[in-house]
Design a protein around this ligand. Structure first.
Ligand SMILES: Nc1nc2c([nH]c(=O)n2[C@@H]2O[C@H](COP(=O)(O)OP(=O)(O)OP(=O)(O)O)[C@@H](O)[C@H]2O)c(=O)[nH]1
Length: 402
């Protein structure tokens, strides 16, 4: 497997740049930037803004107290075929600043200022380390390798909402690395990791108007477009339209498909499988209802549990509810049917497979509607009643249970 990434040098031709829409969208970076702005405001520092588009004024230099120790982060980097997604480090600030301080990159990131102050890269990375340690957000450096050298390519991030059940995905990629499928590879890896490791129901993402490449990234991962909205942009100072996407675990990993029926093996002793469902109705005195098969039926005179054949396409529960109504006139809810055991018996000409449910609640009085005889039997007395051979292994199980 080739783990090396060969990317071209940043394009120099402005015409080529102009044709290339930014494959980035509101990301990890903007959300954290909002936090940073709030923090800076608290401290009285200038708030980075794009209105007007110039470097934020710097407060006079103060003697800084000793830097607080950087929170310890233990996060096993996520690997893809070409990329490694790892926590950001203070050393990344220089490269990150070089990549993000680019109008073509920031113009689709609603809340990233342009120009991007160099000091903001340091502060933002510090925030990502703290948030990752707290389990609030996972902002990861997208890195590749050229030979032995590690290169920062972009950032992918996921932030949890207050409930911890919904995450918001974001990503951006340095301009030199566009059109290499980096955003898809990185965003897909983080999305898959998040659904497999966090108690998430949903991941959302927003794409600014006109950012077709970013929409394509989300669609390739399995995201669905669910609406549009307006967002205020720090970058442009205006409201702009965003398309809202979301994905569930099933959207990303795929739904469980109904199994395709296996073709029957051409075995000599192959015989039809008869699916029958039956029920041990248990009354308040812990007695079980048995029905005596009437004259004219096979095995007439034997005592059995009420039930019958499962029709094609019917669930065992639905078949049992239907049979109990038809045979003994009672109404049973599926929630009152508890799976108990099953019988698997070779009757010579067919093989019987019969799940046995237990039911203690029903509506109506059991009434023989098909010429059977009904009787309530204590568990200890069940062996006194002659039953079909398939039922015999079920009796000790029932006796022990009741
Ligand atoms: N309902 C029921 N059927 C059982 C039990 N044990 C057992 O071997 N069977 C077999 O499972 C099949 C039940 O099918 P069924 O009740 O729908 O059909 P049936 O043979 O009475 O005739 P039918 O086709 O006219 O309804 C029969 O072959 C029956 O002998 C049991 O405890 N309850």
């Amino acid at each position: 497997m080739n783990t090396q990434l060969h990317f071209p040098s940043p394009p120099a031709c402005p015409a080529r740049v102009a044709r290339r829409p930014a494959c980035v969208h509101p990301c990890a970076a903007p959300v954290a930037c909002a936090t940073l702005r709030a923090r800076k405001a608290d401290r009285g520092d200038p708030i980075p803004t794009t209105e007007p588009l110039k470097r934020p004024r710097r407060a006079p230099r103060k003697i800084k107290p000793a830097a607080a120790p950087v929170a310890e982060v233990t996060f096993e980097p996520l690997k893809t075929e070409r990329l490694t997604l790892r926590p950001l480090k203070p050393d990344d600030a220089e490269s990150m600043h070089r990549l993000i301080n680019d109008w073509e990159v920031t113009r689709t990131l609603a809340e990233v200022p342009y120009p991007y102050p160099r000091s903001l890269a340091d502060e933002w990375i510090e925030t990502t380390i703290e948030e990752l340690a707290a389990g609030d957000a996972w902002h990861l450096a997208i890195t590749g390798h050229e030979g032995e050298r590690e290169m920062l390519i972009g950032v992918v991030g996921l932030r949890l909402d207050k409930s911890g059940r919904t995450g918001r995905l974001g990503y951006w990629v340095g301009r030199a690395y566009w059109r290499h499928g980096v955003a898809t590879e990185a965003a897909k890896r983080l999305t898959s990791w998040a659904f497999a490791n966090l108690p998430l129901d949903l991941i959302t993402a927003e794409v600014t108007e006109g950012n077709e490449p970013s929409r394509a990234v989300l669609r390739r991962i399995g995201f669905r477009q669910v609406g549009i909205g307006m967002r205020a942009s720090v970058t442009t100072g205006q409201e702009h339209m965003v398309t809202v996407f979301e994905a569930t675990r099933d959207d990303v990993f795929g739904r469980i498909e109904p199994p395709k029926p296996e073709p029957a093996p051409p075995a000599d002793d192959a015989k039809p499988m008869l699916l029958v469902v039956a029920c041990a109705l248990v009354d308040i005195d812990q007695r079980v209802l048995l029905a005596r098969r009437p004259e004219g039926k096979k095995m007439a005179g034997l005592w059995e549990f009420p039930g019958g054949k499962i029709r094609p396409g019917e669930t065992p529960e639905a078949a049992l509810i239907r049979e109990l109504k038809e045979e003994i006139g009672i109404d049973v809810a599926a929630t009152c049917l508890a799976p108990f055991a099953f019988a698997s018996h070779d009757y010579g000409t067919f093989h019987l497979l019969m799940p046995l449910f237990i039911c203690r609640r029903w509506k109506g009085t059991p009434t023989p509607l098909e010429n059977q005889t009904l009787t309530w039997v204590r568990a200890t007395k069940l062996t006194d009643y002659e039953m079909p051979p398939a039922d015999k292994p079920l009796i000790p199980l029932l006796r022990d249970f009741l």
